[in-house]
Design a protein around this ligand. Sequence first.
Ligand SMILES: [Zn+2]
Length: 466
Amino acid sequence: VSTRTVYRCASAWLPDGHLATDVDVAVADGRIVDIGPAEAAREAAADDDRERAAPAAVEHLRGLVLPGLANAHSHAFHRALRGRTHHDGGTFWTWRERMYAVAARLDPDRLHALARATFAEMVLAGITAVGEFHYLHHAPDGRPYPDPTTMGAAVVTAAREAGIRLTLLDTCYLAGGIGQPLTGAQRRFGDGDAAGWARRAEALATRYAADDEVIVGAAVHSVRAVPPEAIASVAAWAERHGAPLHVHVSEQPGENAACQAGYGCTPTQLLAAHGALGPRTTVVHATHVGPDDIALLAASGSVVCLCPTTERDLGDGIGPARALHHAGLPLVLGTDGHARIDPFEEARSLELDQRLVHLERGVLPLARLVDALTVDGHRSLGRDDAGRLEVGARADLVAVDLASVRTAGATDRDAIAAVVFAASAADVTDVVVGGRRVVRDGVHVLGDVATLLAGAVAAVTEELPS
Ligand SMILES: [Zn+2]
């Protein structure tokens, strides 16, 4: 007999894109088993109880309840850089040197502590699933740990403890640039060749094959870091495993120029020519893609992940979201470098940046912004059964306060717009992940997440030059 819990929601965002009030969401074994008007669901639960003799507990969720949010692109350890890279200007490339200094200081325990605290910050913000683009594979000198899955396992344990569902995007990273060896901090990213990467990825996939909360997916770091034959190998591995495949694409004009110089084509064209595009592929950033690239992406059925707060933090540019949307490409979102962790800020930036570019409002439909954070985001992470409040879906519920100073005054009709355009991560009061209440009244089950973050960040930054 399974325990059944009814979450009584003051209001909820349902799959047909409308807001319903007084909704009961019944949950058993981590899934939504019934959903409907409060009274009807209560009666159904009572019938069910008589048959199975398991009384349903009732829990109340106030505000607007959304499906669990998906963070499709994360490098958890970048959280240690927050606030530390703004003193002396610079570019993406000078920022990268700071990031490498942190990367060089991570061992399995420090990575675990930093990822655990960062993932807990995400859950507090309403994020129930994350795609961790993971390339810290080996010891700082590049030698494998005795168990080569040690660093990946540290990320998995961190996610489990933080209560977030994980897609571990195990990243192939073989070169320091086209035709260049890995140097310095990059040495620990490399597996030698695509076969070395595949052996380690296979070991991780086997280790977590029975874990319902973990998907091991594949990633190509970029066309700068992975030669074309290796891109084809990684794509073939993902195909064999039916796994998601993520890749950084055209984040910087310099990447496009290097690809043209090395291969005579754009990064998107190179990926297409080596079998790396398709419905299980998510291209990350796509900030500097052209019309031909967009047509290729759309024809392949790929997904595009934009990371607006990171792209503006790094001075990358504004991606062509309007053109991508008009081409029919699903758009999803990631907090990437974690300059902020606020899914609402990512979603509204997708639209607001386009307003600045095109001098018009309503470039992207509001429902698309919500889909980017929910159903499309989960799909990008290899989950077709999350991100919707419907029977059979995973029981991921996020309650957003409609009575905070940011959201107060919105009517039911305006609530979703108020949340997307004005709420912050701090307005998330309660989070249920797979039927388990991980955040209650703004408090995470791990306790004081700010203290966890401070300790984990200090451990990797205290000896860095400021
Ligand atoms: Zn990234």
